[in-house]
Design a protein around this ligand. Structure first.
Ligand code: UD1
Length: 420
């Protein structure tokens, strides 16, 4: 049971490098099942979600090995279409495996997925999409039995541009004869990365990044070595930390365009922010100004995965800011903890009204989900006094040794491990 001890009030100075994207890496790992040849992923972050995904792949019979930060998956020996129940529960991305397992074996058995506790997170769009490709799905308790023996290409219209459903259908369709079309597809950069990856394996996918993705089935996919995208959410978290604490920072190895929505909001909050090629420079010398209204939306809108951290910024900004969470139902779980630290926040359904305070104070708080946990780290870095943050395991799901990143920037943060 790890926790963080943070002595706040230090400004942050230095350069950090973006880790590879969690949300790009997970579907690429799922896609590695599509070929019987080895797939190497370079610069993979050592985070709990990746470790859990590799355990699921091993459960399917794949061989998984790490060499430094290169992760190789060899699924030549994969021999079962069943994902063990306890592993499906750990990780929502296990549902992305439905598409690739169906493609590989013609059948799939998974349990309803777990993942962050930030709302209902149903999988009806995944199921509807797979049914449109001829998959017969039977639910038994929390288990899904999928029969893909008569799968065919198809036309899928998503009711909402779900990231996971778009990816799942892309994976299911890559080896089906003919063209599958996904309409109202998600446009996130991770979808483009999955397209690039499948095409590098020898697939034929086009349109990713627009609302219509076309997948033309191919007979054979081969192994490759590939570097996933930089993590735009981790990059955004570092920038927001600088905005919250003050200081001067450069984040390198990133794609600024992927977080344009945040960069513009940071300018509105009076940060000096510039970007060139793969670097973003941020400087914050005065108290941040509140941003009138910020609404989360599918890409290229403001990412829901940065809403919690942005709420910490609003908590210490001058003036009142309104945040509207449009993607997930219960993404304000960390607000009660921020209030313990002196924040002035009122929640009404999906709206947060945040009256900025000059300074937060340290407290004993608990992370309940990944991004909410990161938001509490940022709050602790700003706060006067000591913050003890429990539930660091949620943060470890998506950030690679977050404490070391902030230590390198001059923050006073340490990890305490208490044996259970
Ligand atoms: C992915 C990201 C997650 C991010 C989210 C939105 C990964 C591993 N996770 O999650 O970090 O917060 O995109 O950018 O890439 N929905 C349904 N039915 C479905 C599927 C989704 O109603 O079948 C709803 C969800 O409950 C949610 C919304 O659609 O309200 C968005 O979900 P979706 O885009 O699917 O997110 P994920 O793929 O789960």
């Amino acid at each position: 049971m790890d926790s963080y001890l943070i002595r706040g009030g230090k400004r942050l100075y230095g350069t950090v490098t973006a880790q590879a994207s969690k949300n790009a890496t997970l579907p690429l790992l799922a896609a590695s099942v599509l070929t019987e040849e080895p797939v190497g992923l370079r610069h993979v972050p050592d985070i709990a979600d990746v470790r859990n995904m590799t355990r699921i792949l091993q459960g399917l019979g794949c061989k998984v090995s790490w060499q430094g930060d290169t992760l190789t998956v060899d699924s030549a020996c994969a021999d079962t279409c069943r994902v063990p129940r306890e592993l499906s529960k750990e990780l929502r991305s296990s549902v992305f495996l439905l598409g690739s397992i169906l493609s590989r074996f013609g059948c799939a058995k998974v349990s309803y997925p777990g993942g962050c506790d930030i709302g209902l997170r149903p999988i009806d769009l995944h199921i509807k999409g797979l049914k449109a490709l001829g998959v017969i799905i039977r639910e038994e308790g929390d288990a899904l039995h999928c029969d893909g023996s008569n799968m065919h290409c198809g036309d899928v219209m998503l009711d909402f541009p779900s990231v996971g459903a778009t990816e799942n259908i892309m994976l299911a369709a890559c080896k089906l004869r003919g063209e599958t079309v996904v309409r109202n597809a998600a446009k996130e950069p991770e979808i483009v990365d999955l397209q690039n990856f499948i095409n590098a394996l020898g697939g034929r996918v086009s349109g990713a990044g627009t609302d219509t993705v076309r997948i033309e089935g191919v007979k054979h996919l081969h192994g490759i070595s590939y570097s996933p995208l930089p993590d735009r959410i981790a990059v955004g978290t570092y920038l927001l930390a600088c905005a919250v604490c003050g200081g001067k920072m450069c984040v390198e190895g990133c794609i600024p365009e992927h977080i344009y929505a945040l960069l513009i909001k940071l300018r509105e909050s009076a940060c000096k922010i510039e970007w060139k090629n793969d670097k973003i420079y941020i400087e914050q010398n005065a108290r941040p100004q509140s941003v009138h209204i910020t609404e989360t939306a599918p890409y290229p809108g403001f990412p829901t995965d940065l809403q919690s951290q942005f709420l910490t910024l609003a908590s210490v900004s001058e003036g009142t800011g309104i945040i509207v969470e449009n993607i997930f139902e219960t993404r304000y779980k960390h607000v009660a903890e921020l209030i313990k630290m002196g924040a002035n926040i009122r929640i009404k359904d999906r709206i947060a009204i945040v009256r900025g305070v000059k300074e937060l104070h340290g407290a004993m708080v608990e992370a309940h989900d990944l991004r909410g946990g990161a938001a509490l780290v940022l709050a602790g870095l700003n706060a006067r006094g000591v913050t003890a943050l429990h539930g660091v395991r949620h943060i470890d799901r998506g950030y690679e040794r977050l404490e070391e990143v902030f230590q390198s920037l001059g923050a006073d943060i340490s990890r305490k491990t208490v044996k259970e």
